[in-house]
Design a protein around this ligand. Structure first.
Ligand code: ZN
Length: 598
C-alpha cells in the first residue's frame, strides 16, 4: 500500500486556520479539504496522451427503443438524470480536489483567449478527455500513475482526509472505540475536526445536495411507471409496483443513510423491461481500508428475447449437473438455483462503474444481511459485451485465428459461451467432504487456488454443456463448432490483463491444456491458431473432469500441480501479446441515451 504521509497540504493548514476563526457558526466544524492543487502543465507529451486515450476504443452504447412504451421512456429520462448525479458524487469520492481540477481543465480546454494557444487548448481537451475516462488525474490502466501533475493518488481516495495514514486512523479509534462502527461504515466519509481528531460524516450529509437531487429523479421515475394512465400505456402490460417500491425506498435511503430496506426491495424487483441499480456499492476505490462504498448506477432495459433464451438455458441446469463427467457421488444434485441471473442492455452507466475498464456483469447486493435473507442477483450487460466483442475480440480474431475459421466467430455464439460460463459456476461440487472426513467447501479447501481454477472450470464446463445442449437438440452441431472457435480469441483478451488475475490465469491454463491435447494448433509459418474441431470435444471433457475431481476431493496439492503445469505463459503467447498491443485494451462507452432521451 502506498504511503500518504507526505500529502498534508499547505491549503489544508489554511483551511484549518480559517475554520478556527468562524468555527462558532458551524460547529462541529469538520474541515472539508478541497484537496491539493495539481499543475496542469505537468503531463506526458501530447502524442503519449493520445496513445493513452486510444487504449479505450470509443463506441456508441445503444439499445432497442422499440420495446419501450412512452411511460418507460419517461422513466428512463429521470433515471439517466439520477445516474448523472452519481457521476458527480463519484468524482468527489475519488478525490477531494477533483471538482476544482475539472473546472480548471474545462477552462483551459476552451480554445482562444490570449493566455492559451490553439495547440495548448487541443492538448488540454485531450487531458480533459482522459480525465473523464479515469474520473481523476490518475491512469487506471497504469497503476494509477498521475497524468496531470505529479501527485500520487491518495490510497483513501476522497473518503479520508488527505495525508491521513492508516496508523493515524487506527490510533484515533483505540481512544474512541465507541465511534468504530461509524468510522468503518460503508456510508461515511472521514474528515479532520478542529482539534486534530477525526469525525465520521454520513454520506447523507457529505453529499446532501446531490443526493437530494437524485432522490427527486428516482421518485419521478417511480411516478412515471405507476401512474394509472402511464401504467396502462406500457406496451408489455408490465407491473412496475416492485420497481417503484425500490426507487422510492432508495430515494429515502439517500436521506436516511440506511440502505438495508432498499437493498431488500432491489432483490424483490420483478424482471421488468426497465431495470435500475443505483447507490453506493463497491469498496475497491478505498485502497486504504476497503470500507467505503462508491456511488454508481446501472440503468438498463431487459430485452424479452434474451430473457426467454436465458429461461430456456436455466431449464437445462438439472440435466447438465447429471451429465457432468464425474462419478455420481460427486455430483451436486440437490443444489438449488443459487443466484438468479438476468441479461440486460445498459442504457446508461454512471459513477464507479464508468471509470476505467467497463464491467460486463455485476453481482449485488454486498450487504451480507440481505444476502442471508434473499441471496444475490447477477446482472449481465449484454450490449457492453457486444461493444467489447466488436472493438477487441474481433480485431484479436483477425490477428490470431486461421483465416479459414475466422467466419465462425459470431457475437451471439460468443455471448452464449458467456452465459454458459455464468451458469456453470452454479454446477459441480460446492460443499464437500475431505478424505479425513472434514466437512468443508471447495473454496475453503483450495483457498487462493480456488479463483483461477473455478474460472477455468466455468469456461470449459460451459463448452462441455454446449455439447450437451446439442445432444438435447437445443443447439445445432454448427453452433457447437462456432462455440469452440469463438472461444479462442477470448484467451488472448483475458491473458492481456495479466496472468496474475484469476481470469488471466484460468485462460492461460485452458489455452495450454487445449494445446497439449492438440485441440488448438499453431501454424508455424502464418503464426495463426487453428481450432481442431475433432479433438476439441474430448479435450473439453477431460479438462472439465480434471478440474471437477480436484474440486470434489478438495485436493489442494493436485490444484497446485495443475496450476503449475498449465498456468505458465509460453514464449509464443508472449510474442503474440506484443503483436496485440495496438488493439485497444477496453472501450469508452458513449451513451446514446443522453442524446435520445432529451
Ligand atoms: Zn466467472
Amino acid at each position: 500500500m502506498r504511503s500518504v504521509h507526505m500529502m498534508l497540504s499547505a491549503r489544508l493548514g489554511a483551511a484549518v486556520a480559517l475554520l478556527a476563526v468562524v468555527a462558532f457558526t458551524i460547529a462541529p466544524a469538520p474541515t472539508m479539504s478541497k484537496g491539493e492543487t495539481v499543475d496542469l502543465n505537468v503531463h506526458p507529451a501530447p502524442e503519449a496522451v493520445k496513445a493513452r486515450i486510444q487504449k479505450y476504443a470509443p463506441i456508441d452504447i445503444t439499445y432497442d427503443q422499440s420495446v419501450l412504451s412512452q411511460a418507460e421512456k419517461d422513466a428512463l429520462v429521470s433515471l439517466v438524470r439520477a445516474g448523472e448525479v452519481m457521476d458527480q458524487i463519484f468524482l468527489r469520492q475519488v478525490w477531494a480536489g477533483n471538482v476544482d481540477l475539472r473546472d480548471q481543465l474545462e477552462k483551459a480546454a476552451r480554445a482562444g483567449g490570449a493566455e492559451t494557444s490553439p495547440e495548448n487548448a487541443a492538448l488540454m481537451q485531450d487531458l480533459l478527455h482522459f480525465y473523464r475516462i479515469n474520473f481523476g488525474p490518475w491512469d487506471r490502466l497504469a497503476e494509477d500513475a498521475p497524468f496531470i501533475g505529479n501527485m500520487k493518488k491518495p490510497a483513501g481516495a476522497g473518503y479520508y482526509p488527505e495525508g491521513m495514514s492508516a496508523e493515524e486512523f487506527n490510533a484515533f479509534l483505540t481512544t474512541h472505540s465507541d465511534q468504530a462502527e461509524a468510522f468503518k461504515g460503508y456510508f461515511t466519509v472521514i474528515r479532520r475536526d478542529r482539534d486534530g481528531g477525526f469525525v465520521a460524516i454520513p454520506y447523507s450529509e457529505a453529499y446532501k445536495d446531490l443526493l437530494d437531487k437524485a432522490a427527486v429523479f428516482l421518485n419521478e421515475a417511480a411516478t412515471a411507471l405507476t401512474a394509472t394512465k402511464a401504467a396502462k400505456d406500457t406496451t408489455n402490460g408490465t407491473d412496475y409496483t416492485t420497481l417503484a417500491a425500490y426507487l422510492r425506498s432508495r430515494a429515502a435511503a439517500f436521506a436516511s443513510n440506511d440502505y438495508f430496506q432498499s437493498d431488500m426491495d432491489w432483490m424483490d424487483v420483478k424482471d421488468n423491461i426497465v431495470d435500475i441499480t443505483i447507490g453506493p456499492y463497491e469498496v475497491y476505490e478505498d485502497a486504504l481500508f476497503g470500507y467505503k462504498a462508491a456511488f454508481e448506477a446501472f440503468i438498463a432495459i431487459r430485452h424479452p428475447a434474451d430473457s426467454r433464451r436465458l429461461a430456456d438455458l436455466k431449464d437445462f441446469l438439472p440435466g447438465m449437473e447429471r451429465n457432468l463427467p464425474i462419478p455420481d457421488e460427486h455430483k451436486n444434485l440437490s443444489r438449488g438455483s443459487d443466484s438468479p441471473i438476468s441479461v440486460v442492455d445498459l442504457v446508461f452507466g454512471a459513477g464507479d462503474t464508468k471509470a476505467g475498464v467497463q464491467t460486463v456483469a455485476f453481482n449485488l447486493p454486498n450487504d451480507e444481511r440481505v444476502q442471508q435473507a434473499k441471496g444475490s442477483k447477477k446482472v449481465m450487460l449484454k450490449n457492453i459485451s457486444r461493444a467489447k466483442f466488436d472493438k477487441i475480440l474481433v480485431p484479436i480474431a483477425d490477428m490470431v485465428l486461421d483465416p479459414a475459421q475466422r467466419g465462425m466467430v459470431e457475437f451471439e455464439v460468443y455471448y452464449t459461451n458467456t452465459l454458459m460460463h455464468e451458469l456453470s459456476h452454479g454446477l459441480g461440487p460446492g460443499s464437500i467432504t475431505l478424505s479425513d472426513g472434514t466437512q468443508t467447501t471447495v473454496n475453503r479447501a483450495l483457498q487462493t487456488l480456488y479463483p483461477p481454477l473455478e474460472e477455468a472450470k466455468a469456461d470449459i464446463m460451459g463448452l462441455y454443456n454446449t455439447a450437451y445442449l446439442v445432444e438435447q437438440g437445443y443447439l445445432s452441431r454448427d453452433d457447437e463448432a462456432k462455440a469452440y472457435v469463438s472461444f479462442l480469441p477470448g484467451f488472448f483478451r483475458a491473458i492481456r490483463f495479466g496472468a496474475t488475475s484469476a481470469h488471466g490465469k484460468a485462460n492461460m491454463m485452458e489455452f495450454n491444456y487445449m494445446k497439449e491435447k492438440g485441440a488448438i494448433t499453431l501454424d508455424p509459418d502464418s503464426k495463426r491458431y487453428h481450432v481442431n474441431l475433432e479433438k476439441m470435444p474430448a479435450a473439453v471433457r477431460e479438462m472439465t473432469r480434471d478440474i471437477l475431481m480436484i474440486q470434489a476431493l478438495g485436493d489442494h496439492a493436485a490444484a497446485e500441480k495443475f496450476i503449475a503445469t498449465y498456468g505458465e505463459t509460453p514464449l509464443e503467447v508472449e510474442q503474440l501479446l506484443k503483436q496485440l498491443e495496438s488493439i485497444p485494451t477496453d472501450i469508452e462507452p458513449v451513451y446514446t441515451a443522453e442524446r435520445f432521451l432529451r
